[in-house]
Design a protein around this ligand. Structure first.
Ligand code: ATP
Ligand code: MG
Length: 397
């Protein structure tokens, strides 16, 4: 015997008033997308402030659960055992099979909480609670009733069939993707930016991303790694576009014409400028980076200010207050860490100075950039025009 349905619980606060429909529609859509890559046929039904997912006979239980655990907006997932309504005696047997399957002989306290939607059923909710409580006590020596603080609450819903569940598996929380607008992520092959992107998606944002590569200084494998990271992210964030920008010419120009201790900052400013062009083009409401204060020279507050100086859109930095270890823990949780630490070079590591400026002055940086002349604008234009756009989706090869 195994659960054949899932009951989906979502947060209460987010769904007040007219937001409710937007939230529920987005959640339903994201669940449908997540389940579309799982073996089985799934039917999603909304029922009194929760979703019920009916799974047809032959379905991949673990796959379905794993997919649902990546859908933002879900607070809890309850595996539901469904029984035909064949009278009260059968119900007694069914509740015992349920308990044996889920808890076996574990010592526990419990209570039964019935809800009768089928008003023709011969017993009312109170009677069902009493009856099934007694049946379970008779059948299992290891359990006791505790109506106030039970370790297990056995929910029994009597409808056209009987639905029994008691386990709540935690969901990912957050808001369903598609409820917040779109953001442009600067996605590198590192540990931080994939985590930052998933964090923003968790608040309901759709993503788009831009990756700067510098062939031949960075390899095709470094680019493949970024595509891999994007694919893992898409299991949470849904489909998105990744723009791959050739940054070599710009990077070489900066290397040649600007003070070496300012290379990283100036490079980062050009990345932000270009990312913002893509963002405005596709209606994004902000940029997203994986920066955190003080992590490296280019992420001191002075450096962040100098980077921010070139942007008109808000720059969201969801990891700003995270320690590296906290970011690593989250990368492991979401499944990007193993890919992030593959040793392919990043375009920034080739051109780094031995002693990068840690307290750049905005005015000085602006002045240094003037050495790039008007040619840089042309280079930016052609980098944008020649970008390759890749459609990222879960399960892509
Ligand atoms: P990450 O682990 O995300 O690469 P990092 O600690 O290596 O971060 P930096 O290299 O200073 O930090 O980059 C800071 C942020 O700038 C990154 O989090 C990312 O958002 C963006 N970024 C850096 N390099 C690139 C790149 N090649 N393409 C796109 N974005 C980049
Ligand atoms: Mg990096």
């Amino acid at each position: 015997m195994r659960a054949s349905h899932f009951l989906i619980k979502y947060g209460e606060i987010a769904v007040k008033g007219k937001n409710r429909n937007v939230f529920e529609d987005a959640l339903r859509k994201q669940m449908r997308i997540a389940l579309s890559r799982v073996d089985g046929t799934f039917n999603i039904e909304k029922r009194s402030g929760r979703f019920f997912i009916h799974c047809e006979d032959d379905f991949d239980y673990d796959g379905a659960l794993a997919a649902l655990q990546k859908v933002f907006g879900i607070v809890g997932i309850c595996p539901v055992y469904v029984f035909e309504d064949e009278g009260v005696d059968t119900l007694k047997k069914d509740v015992c099979s349920f308990w044996r399957e889920v808890y076996g002989d574990k010592e526990m306290t419990f209570k039964v909480k019935a809800r009768r939607s089928n008003k023709k059923y011969p017993l009312d909710s109170m009677q069902i609670n009493m009856l099934l409580g007694e049946v379970l006590l008779d059948e299992f020596d290891s359990i006791k009733v505790d109506v106030h603080h039970p370790q297990a609450t056995v929910y029994v819903e009597v409808r056209e069939k009987i639905y029994i569940y008691s386990t709540i598996i935690p969901g990912a929380g957050g808001m369903p993707v598609g409820t917040a607008g779109k953001a442009m992520l600067l996605l590198s092959g590192g540990i931080d930016s994939p985590v930052a992107g998933v964090r923003i998606a968790k608040r309901g944002a759709n993503l788009e991303a831009v990756y700067f590569h510098a062939p031949p200084y960075t390899s095709e494998r470094a680019k493949e790694k970024v595509i891999d990271l994007a694919r893992i992210m898409s299991e949470y964030a849904g489909e998105f576009k990744l723009h791959v920008v050739n940054f070599t010419e710009i990077q070489l120009a900066i290397y040649e014409k600007c003070p070496h201790d300012e290379l990283t900052i100036i490079m980062r400013r050009y990345m932000m400028r270009i990312a913002e062009m893509f963002a405005l083009e596709s209606g994004c409401l902000g940029l997203v980076t994986g920066e955190s204060i003080g992590q490296v020279a280019s992420q001191t507050m002075q450096s962040l200010r100098a980077t921010n100086d070139v942007c008109t859109l808000p720059v969201y930095r969801p990891l700003i207050g995270f320690d590296k270890q906290e970011i690593i823990d989250e990368a492991e949780r979401i499944g990007t860490f193993e890919t992030s630490i593959l040793p392919y070079e990043d375009c920034c590591t080739i051109f780094v100075a031995k002693h990068p400026a840690t307290k750049p002055e905005v005015d000085a940086i602006r002045k240094s950039e003037t050495a790039l002349g008007e040619e840089i604008d042309q280079m930016v234009k052609s980098a944008v025009a020649s970008a390759e756009t890749i459609r990222i989706r879960p399960g892509m090869a």
